[in-house]
Design a protein around this ligand. Sequence first.
Ligand code: NAD
Length: 264
Amino acid sequence: MLKLAIVGAAGRMGRRLVSLAAADSELACVGAVDVTQVGEDAGVLAGVGTQGVPVVDSLEDVLPTADVIIDFSAATSALPNARLAVAAGRAIVIGTTGLPDADKAELAALADAGGRLVFAPNFSVGINLLFALVRHAATVLGDAYDIEIVEMHHNQKKDAPSGTAERLGEIAAAARGLDYATETAHGRQGMLGPRPQREIGMHSLRGGDVVGEHNVIFATGGERLELGHRASSRDTFARGALRAAKFLATAKPGLYDMQAVLGL
Ligand code: NAD
């Protein structure tokens, strides 16, 4: 039985993680951490009845009893939680997005120091296959095809573009020999003139309750190829994160992405 502590347990993702873990005979949720709903039972919040796991406001309180931490909380808390988990010899799955580059670099350093981490902007199987398809398409189609990325999410999402869209952009840029950081146009406005060939366009739409949509468009004179993914339920991400937790239970130290977990 793999013992989990879920950070962000009162949130949209956290509740689905608690619910799906309760239905999995290989998993037990032994800790729930959040800054809201403290003292409430995590199972009651998730709609699966009392689990005897009260929400606490400090990861340190539940670290001793957990094997793997799963963090879907806030960009500012992901790295501090990873530091705590690794220092205590616990593995951690990080789904939180919007981390600054410096924090991502420190996750790699934590792995070098013996930590076991999975960090992925998107835990869905379909999206991780899309990553591979976009790499292939960008390589085959080459410089003559303009690349535009369009993502849409619900109106409560804090970061833009989505971590998944950024990853898609990084993959397409690498395949085309572009620098994602300096050669991406985040939206367009005004008299910009013709579109530069060495550019990736990135566009974030926000509205309603959209769980997550990503489209990568390859356009040239005479044709357009679109590769897209639509998530209709958060359960696809939650199931992936639980799969990553099981992967980490026997993994060697390292910083893994979801493609490594899936063996893609
Ligand atoms: P949410 O706002 O519904 O939930 C976040 C929860 O974290 C809230 O309950 C909040 O109170 C809690 N929280 C905030 N700061 C905290 C802290 N310091 N310690 C403990 N808890 C804290 O958001 P959500 O839709 O559940 O998404 C959470 C994160 O996961 C976001 O960064 C989102 O982009 C990301 N996400 C990733 C994937 C993926 O596949 N990687 C999928 C969906 C969402």
